[in-house]
Design a protein. Structure first.
Length: 292
């Protein structure tokens, strides 16, 4: 085995949902522990390379140790992900079968999108082997999950009007659970330093939770009422613009904190424009689109 302790410890810490500051603190602590074990083997007469290999084997497998650390930082997170993924599967399949039997309509898009997004969630619940950046990819999977639930709102509402309440109630419950996990993953930190990061995450996640479902839902309604598919993709312009602001603000926050905090007003103003774009005269609306 030709690995150094730093890369080994990095692989462990990447399994957690740490912020950059918490990541550095946890890395230093674990690095010190593994280094002490290595030094013990060196004192026993092993070479530096042999001592390093033995220290890493004694400390444990990266993915397993990282998963245990994550569980201690966020108890029951894995169980909640299991509930979200499995319940999402049941809801998706249930709506597909019910719609097929009662209306003879096959919800292919909802079924395929649901199977993919729920599989991602279950992957993060079950994964103790593959080394991934959990925080980043879990946030991405949860956002995708919310987008899929937005697509499923239309058939769930249809069943609601038919008197079948359980689909819509179940979907709302899963949406609330996804929102909780998203906030908990994005805003969790034991450090005081990233307070501005929390503000950026909180503002963008809150606006995104409204913009993304709204754009998908309205786009699907416009498409389903005889419009062209272009109507759906035009509505996703607002979601893309929101994502651009979010990513840019997070990446620029450390170098330009004042500018980023000032730009949050644009993220907030994007929300009312998205919701009331149809009430604005067309010339104004298209001018706004060309501006960006």
């Amino acid at each position: 085995m030709n690995r150094d302790i730093k890369s080994y410890v990095h692989s462990i810490v990447k399994q957690t949902d740490c912020t950059k500051e918490d990541y550095d603190d946890l890395f230093e602590e674990l690095f010190g522990h593994v280094t002490m074990i290595r030094d013990e083997y060196v004192d026993e007469g092993y070479s530096l390379e042999e001592a390093t290999d033995k220290a890493m084997k004694r400390f444990g497998q990266e993915a397993i140790i990282g998963n245990e650390l994550q569980q201690s930082m966020f108890p029951y997170r894995r169980e909640l992900l299991y509930v979200l993924g499995l319940a999402g599967f049941l809801l998706t399949v249930g709506m597909y079968v019910s719609m097929l039997l009662t209306e003879q309509v096959a919800l292919h898009i909802e079924l395929i999108a649901g199977m993919i997004s729920h599989s991602f969630i279950l992957f993060f619940a079950m994964n103790t082997i593959f080394r991934v950046n959990r925080r980043r990819w879990l946030n991405t999977a949860l956002i995708i999950q919310l987008a899929v639930f937005s697509i499923q709102l239309s058939p769930a509402s249809h069943f609601f009007y038919l008197g079948q309440l359980y689909f819509l109630i179940g979907l709302i419950g899963l949406i609330l659970l996804t929102i909780f996990l998203l906030y908990r993953t994005a805003l969790s930190s034991t450090s005081v330093k990233p307070k501005y990061t929390k503000v950026v995450h909180a503002v963008n996640i809150t606006t995104g939770l409204i913009i993304i479902p709204y754009c998908i839902y309205v786009g699907l309604i416009g498409w389903g009422m005889g419009g062209e598919v272009a109507i759906f993709w035009m509505m996703q312009y607002f979601s893309i613009l929101w994502l651009f602001f979010y990513v840019a603000q997070i990446n620029l926050l450390r170098k330009f904190p004042r500018i980023v905090l000032s730009s949050l007003s644009m993220s907030v103003l994007l929300l009312p424009y998205t919701l009331f774009a149809f009430l604005i005269p067309s010339d104004w609306g298209f001018w706004f689109l060309r501006l960006f």
